[in-house]
Design a protein around this ligand. Structure first.
Ligand code: SAM
Length: 469
């Protein structure tokens, strides 16, 4: 058999893996999808009951409560419970970065490279309503996927920012913990699509290491003295892992030991291509794919020391207009309460933001605006103002769905639900007033529709229309 492209490329790691044959064999097998349950919307038992009913095989992930491998589920990202925000689809081993970060209830956490937002969401659930996450991403296209995650999962404690993380413009020492899930050459993801894997060029690797070093350097500034940074990648190359730690940490950060019960890891490498690296890199974890039957991943947990860093001069941040501001229009909430039979008290304990004149965002009060940073969103969009019209947003209605008592369309069958989530209009007899309605199918809160002249028009955002079958 002709060796696969990656087999030649990964020869350089032979000396690092204990059982090279097991490593090779593992990379030839595809990776089962993995999901974790969003307990803001559903309990683990409800999710398991749904899977039983649908004949979906679930294998609990021993080291991560509420996460499951799905050996026979081909498209978990295209189902009704996915649209309703019941779960997040994530590469299993990638969940380890947040376990190592270990965010605590009430803490403020910065996720410097956040899209599409899986780790942001994990952190948001861990810090809870008394804590907050600032999720930053440099790519405009990927920002959309990050915002879609926040909206679909209903994360009221997440603010989203759009900056180059290397020059993130906040003052030093603001965050309790910072995650740097760095862009990398992605060698550890080979099992996702073995046939499409292309060798990494040395110039691309060099570019990645430069960006990785700059991101970690910025994170050392942004975390509080004594705070924790997690640096992670999904690649095997020491140049992008231990050597980044070696080049950046100096006396300002120490790589700490940590354990994740139920996961096997190899220690960080201390020598590579004739170079010796600082001793504490040994505490980093290398998750080789064959150790836990996962993708490949690298995680280092770093404790920021008390030693002050020299001031860092940053380029002037790009001007963002308009900036977010406390909401100056709340009349839409009164309309929402009347239209959907919601109690005004339900809205009393949140904070509201606007950016420009259109969207009203709802967030937990703890979500503050860090100095100098303009956010793209704060919490989830509740409604939009278009001239004289007020329109509810799907994210808001999905979250409030279980409390909605008026103008609800209960879809009669699965075919009608599929048409709705796929963005189609349909003829339907419903006992509702013409105008915006909340749409539900069984216990799936699907979001906003427009009912007029016996027709239901889907208002599901395009990003959610995943062509559910
Ligand atoms: N943490 C994400 C998750 O769990 O869903 C995955 C992050 S992915 C490994 C790395 C991300 O970093 C990409 O979305 C990429 O666009 C972003 N990125 C690349 N360079 C960046 C920079 N200079 N500042 C901020 N983000 C950057």
């Amino acid at each position: 058999m002709e060796p696969a492209v990656w087999e030649r490329a990964f020869q350089r790691y032979r000396g690092l893996v204990e059982d090279a044959e097991a490593f090779w064999a593992c990379l030839r097998t595809p990776l089962p999808p993995c999901v974790w349950v969003n307990r803001l919307k559903v309990t683990v038992e409800e999710f398991q009951a749904y899977c039983r009913e649908e004949g979906i095989e679930l294998e609990p992930v021993a080291w991560y409560p509420g996460a499951f491998r799905l050996p026979s589920w081909e498209r978990p990202g295209a189902t009704l419970p996915f649209v309703a925000g019941w779960y997040y689809v994530q590469e299993e081993i990638a969940m380890a970065a947040v376990v190592a970060l270990d965010p605590q209830p009430g803490e403020r956490v910065l996720d410097l490279c956040a899209a599409p937002g899986g780790k942001t969401a994990q952190i948001a659930l861990r810090v809870g309503p008394g804590g907050s996450v600032l999720a930053n991403e440099v790519s405009r296209e990927r920002l959309a996927s990050l915002r879609a995650t926040v909206d679909r999962l209903g994360l009221l404690n997440v603010g989203v920012a759009w900056y180059d993380g290397r020059f993130f413009p906040a003052p030093d020492g603001v965050w309790d913990r910072v995650l740097v899930d760095a862009p990398c050459t992605g060698e550890g993801t080979v099992r996702k699509a073995e046939h499409r894997w292309r060798p990494v060029t040395e110039s691309f690797r060099r570019y990645c290491t430069t960006v990785q070093q700059a991101l970690l350097r910025r994170a050392l500034h942004l975390v509080k003295p004594g705070g924790v940074i997690v640096y992670s990648t999904c690649t095997f190359a020491p140049e992008e892992n231990e050597m980044v730690l070696d080049a950046v940490l100096g006396d300002y950060g120490v790589v700490e030991p940590f354990t994740i019960e139920g996961l096997q890891a190899m220690p960080g490498v201390q020598r590579w291509e004739g170079r010796s690296l600082r001793e504490d890199v040994v505490h980093a974890h290398r998750f080789w794919p064959h150790l836990n039957d996962t993708g490949g991943f690298f995680v280092a947990r770093i404790r920021r020391t008390e030693i002050p860093l020299p001031a860092m001069s940053l380029p002037r941040p790009p001007r963002r207009w308009p900036p977010q501001q406390p909401a100056y229009r709340l009349d839409g909430i009164t309309w929402l309460c009347e239209r959907f039979g919601l109690s005004p008290e339900l809205f009393a304990s949140y904070r509201y933001w606007m950016r420009g004149r259109e969207i009203l965002w709802m967030a937990f009060p703890v979500l503050e605006l860090p100095p100098n940073v303009v956010l793209e969103s704060c919490g989830i969009p509740l409604l939009s103002y278009k001239r004289k019209h007020i329109k509810p947003k799907t994210a808001g209605l999905q979250l409030l769905g279980p409390m909605v008592t008026r103008n609800v369309v209960e879809l009669p069958d699965r075919a009608a639900a599929l048409r709705f989530v796929n963005g189609q209009s349909q003829n339907l007899a419903a006992d509702v007033e013409p105008g915006f309605v909340h749409v539900r199918y069984r216990s799936f809160e699907l979001g906003c529709g427009l009912y007029a002249r016996g027709q239901l028009h889907s208002q599901i955002p395009r990003g959610l229309q995943t062509q559910v079958e």
